[in-house]
Design a binder for this molecule. Structure first.
Ligand code: SF4
Length: 112
């Protein structure tokens, strides 16, 4: 997920000076159209595609591993927060020994 954010920031950092430069060349109304189109085409659309690829690549890990039902698993980063490592289909950082079930909302409220 961090990779998606990183490249989105890089594309944004490149696009801003380009749009700044183009602002002096194009008519103001045309510049708005070019700006909005390029923001979508260069920043938003690639970020959506990149995120979908990330989801597709990690779908099996998120849905089918022991980690997917563990309280230490961070779905957004596909990360074991206890070991600070990324599990995959053939590797669990704890080997299954530190697995603890996720708590549901009712159990969380009882603890508070
Ligand atoms: S503690 Fe073990 S089971 Fe839980 S997320 Fe980490 S590696 Fe997976």
């Amino acid at each position: 997920m961090g990779e998606v954010v990183f490249w989105t920031i890089i594309r944004t950092a490149i696009l801003i000076p380009v749009l700044w430069f183009v602002y002096g060349i194009l008519d103001y109304q045309l510049w708005w159209i070019v700006s909005l189109t390029s923001v979508y085409g260069v920043i938003i659309h690639p970020a959506i595609i990149h995120y979908r690829l990330f989801e597709e690549k990690n779908k099996d890990i998120i849905e089918s591993t022991l980690c997917s039902s563990c309280r230490y698993f961070d779905v957004t980063a596909v990360l074991c927060t206890k070991y600070d490592e990324h599990p995959d289909m053939n590797y669990l950082p704890c080997g299954g020994l530190d697995w603890e079930p996720k708590q549901n909302k009712n159990e969380e409220n009882l603890i508070r």
